[in-house]
Design a protein around this ligand. Sequence first.
Ligand code: NAD
Length: 360
Amino acid sequence: MKVAVVKETAPAERRVALVPDAVAKLRSAGHEVLVQTGAGAGAFLPDESYSEAGATVVPAEQLAVADSGQAVLGMFAPLTDPQLAKRLASTGATALSLDLIPRTLSRAQPMDALTSQANIAGYKAALVAAAAFGRFFPLLITAAGTARPAKVLVLGTGVAGLQAIGTARRLGAVVSAYDVRPETKTEVQSLGATFIELTSVGPAGGEGGYARALTDAERAAQQAELADHIARHDVVITTAQVPGRRPPLLVTSEALKSMAPGSVLVDMGASTLGGNVEGSAPGETIVADNGITIIGADNLPSTMAAAASAMYARNISSLLLYMVKDGQFTVDLADELVAAVVIAQDGKVVHPALATSAAE
Ligand code: NAD
């Protein structure tokens, strides 16, 4: 198998798909690895580190030397970007998207890039919030006065939310959290945070451990009841997502008005479609008239490119090695793990979950 690592081209993306350790692992399994010049630069990985690990570093135009039967692996967000899936299909290559890895299969855990990247994002969200907050996170007793600990609210307690809770707790904040999946309560409590239960919205677990989209009535009730909690907190970190949908709006402009000046919100759901916080914008920090700061944190893993690339490389090399049979990269659709990640093959978008969105 020949593996080629291309330099990422998305704006502000600093991660790289394979780090030298992963290259060495593929080499020792007998595979050839080509790396585009400068591919690791954003993650502080010089070309020489790849050469030393056994890769051949080449300019972009010399990368396309893979065998026929090419496959392209990445995080293509096919449920939210079906056009990209179509464009990938039109190349004739087999496209595999790591964000569709079935997360409940234990053999898929080393390949679970959503989890590895969400862990990093949740950690960094708490740090971004602490850096933007004009007060302390911990209780601090000094001769010059006593600082009370910050009150942090985390909305959405999946992988990123739990990591944000842990990080804010380690910084000394008093943390509360809420999720529509009540089964997360014990995880929240085990991290030393208080789980908020809303009376107006029932459990809303969906398929595969994810949340389902709320009805309009549920959403309005949730927003209204959350507003009181939001008003009592200094910092709000939002991480709520529903697969394939725009992120749910949890913090309305009414709720924002009730927050004290100096409050900080970090919206990890910020996207061009809208985020968890009304008015947030991806990649932008907005200071509202009432003195609250809204940070649209759209690609936090890229801001920790060295750690994020190391973990992502582990995910991607695990999937590659898993799919090699008799030395050849093999797309075995009889394997539910493989079938779940193939989004395009033989010129067509093939994933069942994409059939509707791509069939225009
Ligand atoms: P996600 O990124 O899809 O969503 C983040 C959180 O937002 C979720 O906890 C979700 O319940 C919550 N949410 C959605 N809508 C909401 C709303 N309106 N109000 C409040 N909260 C809302 O989730 P994720 O972090 O990718 O994790 C999803 C699930 O996958 C979890 O159950 C997690 O335990 C599971 N998981 C399992 C494994 C495994 O079994 N190996 C690995 C990783 C994740």
